[in-house]
Ligand binder design. Structure first.
Ligand SMILES: C[S@@+](CC[C@H](N)C(=O)[O-])C[C@H]1O[C@@H](n2cnc3c(N)ncnc32)[C@H](O)[C@@H]1O
Length: 186
């Protein structure tokens, strides 16, 4: 089976058009940001958030030859609505969350349910019609089990038809494996 991170990217790519505006809510080492940048072309804008300076540095280095507009914030994603220009609210084609900690780094700096849910609430407003949101949660990480449960409960309660569709991809026979949550704004 394909990796869940690849499934998340392929699924999001279907909503991204050349010149589109997209958000990476957890920059980390920049792999997801690089994927998003490749799909928006030079007229598109990639916004990115992380609370660690080293994540912004890694992402800027990885994306230095990407021609798109890049706007990265050393700030929690729970502040995204105030950083994204007002004119783009309701026009974001794809938003990506990959929760947990920065690989090969300080595992005490992790995403947390209350700020993640605040950011998800803002994301639903920022998305364009037909826009897509992917959230990778990690129930097997320390602290990730409670965050995953709260995020899944909040999305299930909030993302109901006819405003949204919600899909969960859970790997069989692996209760602590990552789970991919996919939302489409209808
Ligand atoms: C699993 S990593 C992201 C992986 C990344 N998307 C990539 O492609 O490498 C999770 C990231 O979330 C960041 N983070 C933690 N709390 C955050 C918050 N409130 N807002 C934004 N980023 C946060 C961590 O610093 C870490 O870099």
């Amino acid at each position: 089976m394909a990796r869940l991170t690849d499934i998340a990217q392929d699924w999001l790519a279907e909503s991204i058009r050349e010149g589109g505006h997209v958000i990476d809510a957890t920059l980390g080492n920049g792999a997801d940001a690089a994927f998003l940048a490749q799909h928006i072309g030079k007229a598109g804008t990639l916004f990115g958030f992380d609370v660690q300076a080293q994540a912004l540095t890694a992402t800027q280095t990885l994306l230095q030859h990407q021609p798109c507009q890049q706007s990265f914030f050393l700030a929690g994603h729970e502040t995204m609505a105030k950083h994204i220009p007002r004119a783009l609210h309701g026009h974001i084609q794809a938003i990506m969350f990959n929760l947990g900690w920065l690989p090969n780094s300080d595992k005490s700096i992790i995403t947390k349910a209350d700020t993640t849910i605040a950011a998800l609430e803002q994301s639903l407003e920022l998305l364009a019609p037909e826009g897509r949101l992917s959230v990778m949660v990690y129930p097997g990480h320390k602290g990730g089990d409670s965050e995953a449960a709260q995020v899944m409960a909040w999305l299930s309660q909030t993302c109901t038809h006819p405003a949204f569709t919600l899909n969960q991809i859970i790997l069989p026979n692996r209760p602590t494996a990552p789970i991919l949550l996919q939302v489409i704004k209808l």
